[in-house]
Design a protein around this ligand. Structure first.
Ligand code: SF4
Length: 507
């Protein structure tokens, strides 16, 4: 027997559809088009890929010099690197990618945690277990009280300082919900072993927003605003994102970062879900996006992300994707992205397993996550348990704790940074572009990495990790003394105060 909806349900349904209908503002797409055309020139990308299939090693080495000078590569130069097959030349590219990363960002890896607040979604992306047609997904949206409990674990038990807060596209997680939850997150302060913990930077990963909504996010004090195009190849985009959904509008998504810049959100993150279409095309398209933002606003993407399609509960599409990216191709695409957009931050996530993360991180990545939970409410409710498949968007490859990851990084010679200083000191937009290209930002990275690493070791590190971490700190302090004598005394002052229990000191 079917029960007819009552009046209240009907009104609710009508509100829901009217919210969906009002999302896309065509005038906030059209104003950015060049003579009606979008900046992804698929034919140009294919041509460039076809014309650079036999790279001359001398040309490759010239291109590497350009990356080392922290200059954005052209499409042809990038196509040339994408076609390198010679193992020695590839190894040389990997060495230079690592060198570029150290030049721009020093020897540090920034860590963060993703925080999913809701899995209600009006879209129906074929590859995602949160899609509206997945009736096996258990839907949930966190209240402010539940969010507080998540933060108490993230900032008070694990020790994270930086989040990527993830919102589904749904009237229940609209801009008002975003602003109020960001405030809740910022307000939580937790006592730790020697001081106190707090989330100091919230990056946001959300659906495309309008200029007006982005202004509200800017006022809420967000860090990076991330929207991934998923695939830049339009026919594929249209195949995996049904036309009757908001996400089905390719251009609304593509021009979101233009709207962000116009709204004053000048710290943006772009990305591709690798595995939906040919990975070489996607790398070229990411570069086109970076160049477009540089040309139009003088500011490229602050970060590029490169998640691969992963298995997801009750999602047959991801079982055998036509364009699956194997591990070797994955390493190459990370290397080429680092060389093509040398100033950008690059995010490697716990989607990948621990072995692969060890191999890919040195190719130029700058950020990674750990102790990751992607089921809603998972930090407070299941910190020591596995996450049930039906509550996650996809299945994670690496579920190690932050302490384990920090120790492994320290053993490999990296310093883990919990720095969140950049955006709080106004080092965003064109200002940070200059600092990154000149290698000056790396100096701040080093100083803040040491101070925040000390803080984390004292508050959260296990004995074993403290022992390894202190060796790294000792070496890094020596480098500050040698390379940055002008700030050494002030730095030592901050460092000693931090050891004594002061918190949140930065350059
Ligand atoms: S990928 Fe994002 S927009 Fe698409 S169904 Fe999943 S949560 Fe919704």
């Amino acid at each position: 027997m079917t029960i007819a909806p009552c009046k209240k349900e009907k009104r609710h349904e009508a509100d829901h559809y009217s919210w969906i209908k009002r999302r896309i503002k065509t005038e906030q797409i059209e104003k950015y088009l060049d003579n009606g055309k979008c900046f992804i020139d698929s034919i140009g990308i294919e041509r460039s890929l076809a014309e650079n299939t036999h790279p001359d090693p001398r040309r490759v080495r010239d291109i590497l010099q350009k990356s080392l000078a922290v200059e954005t590569l052209t499409l042809d130069e990038t196509a040339c690197l994408l076609h390198v097959e010679d193992p020695e030349l590839l190894a040389e590219m990997q060495r230079v990618a690592a060198e570029v990363k150290v030049k721009v960002y020093d020897n540090r890896i920034v860590t963060f945690a993703p925080l999913y607040l809701s899995n209600f979604c009006v879209n129906d992306c074929l590859y995602c277990s949160f899609r509206r047609s997945n009736d096996q997904a258990r839907r949930r949206i966190l209240t402010n009280e539940e969010i507080r409990r998540e933060i108490e674990v993230l900032a008070g038990v694990i020790g994270h300082k930086r989040l990527i807060v993830v919102y589904g596209e749904h009237p229940r997680s609209d801009i008002d919900y975003m602003v109020s939850t960001l405030q809740t997150i910022a307000d939580v302060k937790v006592k730790t072993r020697k001081g106190w913990g707090q989330i100091r930077r919230c990056n946001v990963n959300a659906a495309p927003l309008s200029i007006e909504e982005l202004r509200l996010l800017k006022d809420a004090g967000i860090g990076t605003f991330q929207v991934f195009q998923e695939t830049y190849h339009r026919p594929t985009y249209e195949k995996v994102h049904p036309a009757d959904t908001i996400k089905g509008d390719y251009l609304w998504r593509l021009y979101c970062m233009h709207r962000a810049m116009e709204a004053g959100v000048d710290d943006v993150g772009i990305g591709v879900l690798f595995g939906l279409y040919d990975w070489k095309f996607e790398v070229m398209a990411l570069l086109c996006h970076a160049i477009e933002l540089e040309d139009k606003f003088g500011i490229g993407p602050h970060t590029i992300s490169f998640p691969r399609l992963e298995p997801a509960g009750n999602t047959p599409f991801v079982e055998n994707p036509e364009h699956r990216v194997n591990d070797e191709a994955f390493k190459k695409l990370v290397t080429v992205l680092r060389l093509a957009v040398p100033y950008t931050g690059m995010i490697l996530t716990a989607r990948e397993n621990a072995r692969l993360r060890r191999e890919v991180l040195p190719l130029g990545c700058t950020q990674t996550d750990a102790s990751t939970k992607i089921d809603i409410g998972g930090y407070a409710e299941r910190i020591d348990e596995n996450q049930p498949d039906e509550r996650q968007q996809f299945i994670l490859g690496d579920t190690r704790s932050l302490d384990d990851v920090v120790r492994e990084l320290a053993e490999a010679g990296y310093i883990t940074s919990f720095c969140t200083a950049g955006y709080r000191c106004g080092r965003t937009g064109q200002k940070i572009m200059k600092l990154l290209r000149s290698g000056k930002e790396g100096q701040y990275c080093k100083l803040n990495a040491i101070i925040t690493f000390r803080e984390w070791l004292d508050d959260f590190g296990s004995e074993q990790t403290i022992a390894v971490g202190e060796n790294v700190i000792e070496r890094e302090i020596e480098q500050v003394k040698e390379r940055l004598p002008g700030v050494y005394e002030q730095f030592l002052g901050y460092y000693e105060k931090t050891k004594a229990g002061n918190r949140d000191l930065y350059f």
